[in-house]
Ligand binder design. Structure first.
Ligand SMILES: [Zn+2]
Length: 105
């Protein structure tokens, strides 16, 4: 079973780098990913300010689709539609969404 389903995550504001982060659990491992950074256009093209991030913190619904590279296991939130993701940001594989072929038998 390789599939990871992320159904929920905790959103919080990180004052250190002025970002909104999501903490989520995959299996029994807790991971963290930056969702939005203050003053940087993000996701839908909006520029979020610190105060806005604080407001969003804890309230934002966790509805973004998290995708996973099937080659290296890296998970991330794509800015674009999943079908338009051309490569894994970590291992740069263009086959990030394709299972490695397994020999049957
Ligand atoms: Zn990868």
């Amino acid at each position: 079973m390789d599939d990871e389903t992320i159904s929920n995550g905790a959103v919080y504001y990180d004052e250190k780098d002025h970002s909104l982060k999501v903490k989520y659990v995959v299996g029994d491992e807790t991971r963290e990913v930056v969702l939005l950074i203050a003053n940087v256009p993000s996701i839908d093209g909006h520029v979020y300010e610190e105060n806005m991030l604080k407001l969003l913190s804890g309230k934002l619904h966790f509805q973004m689709k998290l995708v996973k590279c099937k080659r290296c296991g890296y998970t991330w939130f794509p800015r674009k539609d999943e079908s338009k993701v051309r490569q894994c940001p970590k291992c740069k594989s263009a086959y990030w969404n394709k299972e490695k072929k397994k020999n049957k038998g």
